[in-house]
Ligand binder design. Structure first.
Ligand code: ADE
Length: 224
């Protein structure tokens, strides 16, 4: 059993899910004038929905709750608050996933109060129904058991944070690791294969950040 339930999501999955999500929105008769992407996870789905729904107006706001892969911060914040006038307009807020739902609740309340659109609805590719405090108006997949989804736009970030977390534990007992040992242990912990290019980039990032030092091409030492 992996220590963190994780699933790889491909670019093809994202296009298929976004197309399916757009179909549901269309079938409901809701025609948004503006799409608002929640940064950063909502960027790609929002852009694809603009295409599938033929929407030209795309804004973004950064509402953050998850600071790093599978690690939630205490509370959500709007990172760069700003004002626009959306009176008379229908808004569709888009995010990749509704997990706790807190960053979306914050963004929705902020947009309604400060941007004053006529109507706001929420769409997400995935909705983790047992933990979410909000049910999006539109979702493509209902997730019934909590999983960390490894989206293609967080592959490197997630991989280096996952390795870091793994070594914070495993590195207590073993300081020196070969590349192959790291890969094997990563598979044990997370049961996903991100491919060698991402894995090597992630290790390089940990070397750059000073968490690992390089002994030679394929051997590393956990610092500290
Ligand atoms: N962001 C917040 N929750 C997430 C999850 N379960 N998987 C991927 N990204 C997320």
């Amino acid at each position: 059993m992996p220590k963190v339930p994780t699933k790889l999501v491909s670019w093809d999955d994202i296009v298929e899910w976004s197309r399916g999500l757009a179909k549901k929105i269309k079938e409901s008769g809701y025609m948004p004038d503006v799409i608002v992407a929640i940064a950063r996870g909502g960027f790609v789905p929002a852009r694809l929905l603009c295409d599938f729904l033929d929407v030209e107006n795309l804004l973004s706001i950064q509402s953050q709750h998850w600071t790093e892969a599978a690690k939630v911060a205490d509370r959500a914040i709007i990172k760069f608050p700003y004002k626009v006038d959306l009176t008379g307009m229908k808004v569709l807020i888009v995010d990749d996933i509704v997990d706790t739902g807190e960053s979306l609740i914050l963004a929705r309340d902020y947009i309604m109060k400060e941007w004053k659109p006529d109507e706001v609805r929420i769409a997400a590719l995935q909705w983790i129904s047992p933990v979410a405090k909000l049910r999006p108006d539109y979702y493509f997949i209902e997730v019934k058991e909590w999983i960390w989804f490894q989206y293609p736009w967080t592959r490197l970030e997630d991989t280096y944070q996952f390795i870091k977390r793994m070594l914070s534990e495993e590195g207590k007992y073993k300081k020196e690791w070969s590349y192959e040992e790291l890969k094997t242990k990563f598979m044990e912990w997370y049961d996903i294969d991100v491919g060698d290019e991402y894995f090597r980039d992630a290790i390089e990032m940990l070397v750059e950040k000073g968490f690992l030092s390089r002994i030679d091409k394929d051997r590393f030492r956990v610092k500290g």
